[in-house]
Design a protein around this ligand. Sequence first.
Ligand code: ATR
Length: 276
Amino acid sequence: MTDHYAVFGNPVAHSKSPRIHALFAVQTGEDISYEKIFVPIAGFAAAVSKFVAEGGRGANVTVPFKEDAFNIAGHLSPCAQAAGAVNTLTFGNGEIAGDNTDGAGLVRDLVTNLGVPIKGQRVLLLGAGGAARGAVLPLLLEQPAELVIANRTAEKARRLADAFASLPACAVSIKHTGCGFGELAGRDYDLVINATSAGLNNASLDLPAGIFAAGSFAYEMVYGRESPFMTEARRAGASVADGLGMLVEQAAEAFAIWRGIRPETQPVLAQLRSEL
Ligand code: ATR
């Protein structure tokens, strides 16, 4: 019996998730189907109910429904709770479980694929929207020396940092603070992660010069194009990666949650890269 999965989004036509999960299924021999479902803005809960009634086993959730998915989940993983958003739903026994694999995918791409350490490093996370929020707990759990969250709207970064001060999982007492871009002047970081959506619009971030330490690494969550952040980081001497590996790794985490098997990501990443 084929088990059915899907990605829910609006828009969703561009989604690479069906391709990635099809490659995982071939590699692992798992008997699954995976489709794209375009959902009207106010129709998320109804679309999920219909899919579950038809026998759907799980779903990925993309823009703009990650908070709706958070709200319908009866059980939330610690990462989903911390992110305030869900990108992976699992259906079974009349229950909906919600997880968020984005941050774990980011960490795995950095540490395992790219060989970029986080432990003991000074990490700068740019942005304070949904993408940044999902990354904070997984980054803190890697025990960086410090995590600074900087955002164009400084207050949002401060609020995001404060929100993690009270989480028990962060009792590891990693120093984490929030600030505006201007307050970064005179500081430098080993790892700078761009979780803003500026790259989608080809917009530059108004960052002070000098934030990239010698030998630093710049990670852009947007993939498939050279963003102004990547160009500026290269110019400053940093090593640079885009977010395609994070996309594949977050999918592998979801696949492992659903199927209990972790696929090999390297061949899938190489295949996706060749198809860009
Ligand atoms: P996402 O889910 O992709 O994180 P979001 O929640 O809308 O999307 O958040 C977008 C993030 O990108 C925010 O941190 C936003 O900064 P503001 O809070 O100041 O709006 C940031 N962002 C988007 N365009 C930007 C730009 N041109 N320069 C700097 N930051 C930008």
